[in-house]
Design a protein around this ligand. Sequence first.
Ligand code: ZN
Length: 104
Amino acid sequence: MLRRRNSPTPFAGVLVEHECPRCHRAVELPLGALCRSCVAEIERRAARWGNRISLVTTIVLAVYMYFFRLSPDPTARLVSAMAIVIWFALSNIVVRRAVRELMR
Ligand SMILES: [Zn+2]
C-alpha cells in the first residue's frame, strides 16, 4: 500500500475518535464506537425493556391460551406451555435487539 508522508488523513483502520459520539466524554475509540459506560447503559436498558415487554406479552398469551384455547388433551397442553416459553424467549431477544439499535 502506498502512503503519502504528510497526508492529513490516516488509513481507515487507524481512524480514532477522541470523544464518545453519544456522551461526548473524552476517550480514544475506534471510529463509530461507543465508550464502555454507554455500551453498558444501553445493554442494561435493553435487558430491562426486554424483560418487561416479554413478560407482559407472555402473560397476555398465557391468559388467552388458558381461558380460550385450553384443550383437555395433555399433549396439546404441553405444546401450549412450550409455545408460551418460546414466546417469552423470542420476544425478549427481539425487544432487546430493537432497544439496542434504537438507543445507539
Ligand atoms: Zn459514551
